[in-house]
Design a protein around this ligand. Sequence first.
Ligand SMILES: Nc1ncnc2c1ncn2[C@@H]1O[C@H](COP(=O)(O)OP(=O)(O)OP(=O)(O)O)[C@@H](O)[C@H]1O
Ligand SMILES: [Mg+2]
Length: 1045
Amino acid sequence: METTTSLLDAAAAGDLVLLDPLTEQSLLQTLQERFHRGDIYTYIGNVLISVNPYRPLPIYTPEKVQEYHNCNFFAVKPHIYAIADDAYHSLCDRDRDQCILITGESGAGKTEASKLVMSYVAAVSSKGEEVDKVKEQLLQSNPVLEAFGNAKTIRNDNSSRFGKYMDVEFDFKGEPLGGVISNYLLEKSRIVRHVKGERNFHIFYQLLAGGSAQLLQQLKLRQDCRHYGYLNHESSALSGMDDAANFHAMQDAMRVIGFSPAEVTALLEVTAVVLKLGNVQLSSSFQASGMESCSIAEPRELQEICELIGLDPSVLERALCSRTVKARDEAVLTALSVPQGYYGRDALAKNIYSRLFDWLVNRINTSIQVKPGEQRKVMGVLDIYGFEIFQDNGFEQFIINYCNEKLQQIFILLTLKEEQEEYVREGIQWTPVEFFDNSIICNLIENSTGGILAMLDEECLRPGVVNEDTFLAKLNQLFATHKRYESKETQSARHIMDASLPPRCFRIHHYAGKVTYNVTGFIEKNNDLLFRDLSQAMWAARHTLLRSLFPEGDPQKASLKLPPTAGYQFKASVATLMKNLYSKNPNYIRCIKPNETKAAMLFTPELVLAQVRYLGLMENVRVRRAGYAFRQLYGAFLSRYKMLSARTWPRWAGSDRDGAEQVLAELPIPAEELAFGHTKVFIRSPRTLFDLERRRQERVAQLATLIQKMFRGWRCRTQYQLMRKSQILISAWFRGHQQKNKYKQMKRSALLIQAYARGWKVRRAYRRYFRSGASACLSNFIYRRLVQKFLVGLGQNLPPLAVLDRTWPPAPYKFLADANQELRSIFYRWKCKKYREQLPPQRRALLQAKLCASELFKDKKSLYPKSLPQPFQGEYLGLTQNPKYQKLNAVAKDKLVMADTVQKVNRASGKTVPRLLLLTKEHLVLADPKAAQPKTVLSLGDIRSVTVTRFSDGFLALHLKETSTGGTKGDFLLVSSHLIELVTRLHQTLMDTRAQALPLHITDQFSTRFQKGDVAVTVVESPKASSDGPVCKKRGSHKMEVLVH
Ligand SMILES: Nc1ncnc2c1ncn2[C@@H]1O[C@H](COP(=O)(O)OP(=O)(O)OP(=O)(O)O)[C@@H](O)[C@H]1O
Ligand SMILES: [Mg+2]
């Protein structure tokens, strides 16, 4: 809303079409006011005026790009992005090729504007690796062309010294595919000459400042600018411009575009040649004939140039100092004077450079060109010098102004054509308006039979004396009555005295003003001659690039036909350009320079007024307003102004057109001020529009108040209702909660009371059924149940039957502990019984023997534990197997219990002798081992008792009854290695046969009876005892010591 208001701002309208009154003064004032507000852009319809701010403005940010992307042209502030967006969208949506014509004088901001347009289009068109590469190549063509084609001038530090037209080509989706660049009229005279305070083309300074030492050496250059005749002799550096950095940026840009390193080197070599040519000095000499001639003063520079381009120095020297003239099929070599020599040298330098520049543009085109056959749409951007009026205007100004005249012609034709077409389209009565048609001026200049350019060409080609005076005379004669042509002569013919028009000048009344051209230099510049010897010398060089620049130097192709003149070439390229532009939808950007000092915020009205004049802005506005100043689609108009009628506000049910008519019908607007087309409403004068706008603003203020009022009321009402609803909700919830709590409490109490009451009732009803023993009965029942459970559980979970496993589950209740213990022992005994029952008889006997041994010896004799693992074999002698023991076997018969070898202790000495011992069920037999004859046979009834020691020895005293027959010699002292078994078996046999136990003594001191009386035996534990057995030592006749281990 704010921006549209800015368009219609009566004080400084964003669109000058709305200026009222329209005067140069009001136009200037509007521009000035907007400039000071920082609004550098203003429209005239869809023409954009851009006033150079000379300071960075924050209006080119990515956010701004987004703001203007797909914007409604008239709904946003005037901006170059809006123009670019409009053009881009017409291109994509309406499939119309576009061109953006940027004009203005030097330093007005044309190049910046063209870059802004390009960068905007690059930013809004779609993205992708391939597309980004194309965009990058298109954008990077700028630094390269600026390095070679721009220079510092007094008016602009980065002045483009060539005209540029760039076609950017898009596919049907609006993605850039590539482009084509055309260049116009490079200011090549700058190569050899420039005004003090200006510079030659940037590339020379960039090369010297940014080139590495190695590169400069390769190019045979010195870093110091002052060394070169073609460069400034004063300081060359520019503030705010870093030549070295720009050189590197330019090299990077070339890489992006696709220049090979070899191409870059060749390009720089040719650039270096141009620079060095300026240092080739000539000196005068005289030939034998007395004719003046010139020669190279210092061959070094020439030598180096020739080394760079691969040419014999003598060839170049000859081409620079002499000239071949063809006279009647005969070639004559004539020497050149020093000025002629310098003329040739400079012409060569200019030609090399301008051709190099053309080559550069073509090379860039090769990289960015689109493959043929693809369907494409084109957006052309033209950045070309604007109208130039100087004190002294020469051939260049003439040509430039001619170009601008043609651009103005396009503008008038296309704008008016479009305007008229629109009226026809809309079905509106249209009376053609008066406007200045500049085709008469264009014709004056370009008419191929009688135009100024044609006359100039004619003069240049004409044999005989040719100079500017003859040319001017011709013009004076031809255009003596032309309304737009003046010269001293035509004025005097008309008796006009005009001191401002000097002789040798002619004046043309351009659409933008009168310009006086000085004819001096016209012929020479139009001819733009390069001596053929020089082009042939260049062609002879081995340097491929340089050679390719001079195809006419090829002697095979040499023709006597003169090359086309500069004027002719320019006219042709302007014609191509015009044809190109006519086929496209034009968009205009008119750049204005606000001051001469490049100062920010300074607006010099006189200077701007001059530009307003030669940009033809008044003309622009007038043409735009020739019909109706304002037009808008019915829909847009209605939505903007519908509040002005009570019938259309807030909603209109009918068609947009009826709505718009309704709105306007209710307003006091004269009928001739309005026209209703098929789709648009037209308003003739800005005054009416402003009146409409004022009414709208008043109404908007009223409506805003109304809306505010309604809104505030609505807001308060809804808030109140919301609060009320909330309050009701909260209290409902609260009450519910309270009641619920109360109910819960009541329910709890009721239940409690009920429980007590029921309990009491039941107790009272059942009291008579209760007995005194009820508890015992119950407890018995419970106990029984528990016991039952315990027993059943035990039965189901009996521990394993392994005899050695003594595990038993613990009692689940304390009262079952004793019973559990009892059960455990019963179970264990039962387990053992079961085990015993399944034993075989021998094993049972053996175990019984072992049991018996345990009863006899356990914890009494230390030999016992050692005997535990030894099984009781009984038969250790092998009586049955060994025939030697036949007799003994006979003695034992079937009653043998045990047969073993024992040591018998000699009663007298205590020494031991081996004996065989047989224990039968009736006897104990001792036999001599050698003879195997029984020596002593004792009835078991004779055995009184047996004594053994406490220790782990095999000593035993066999006490016999005194009455025994076998024991006449007294008791036997024996040592057995199976003592435990022997005693056990003896005991068992006695028990079995005689049902009496063996009296067994386990002691350390005992008395034994020998033949000679009793002997007291003392058992002593001593280390002296041998490990084989105990040692018996007789101490006197009644004592014996048994040393045991
Ligand atoms: N929109 C802008 N914002 C800020 N500065 C600008 C803008 N446009 C131009 N300038 C400044 O003005 C200078 C001159 O602009 P530019 O080179 O575009 O002029 P030009 O019209 O192309 O001149 P010439 O005809 O000499 O090439 C720029 O270097 C820049 O400093
Ligand atoms: Mg420029």
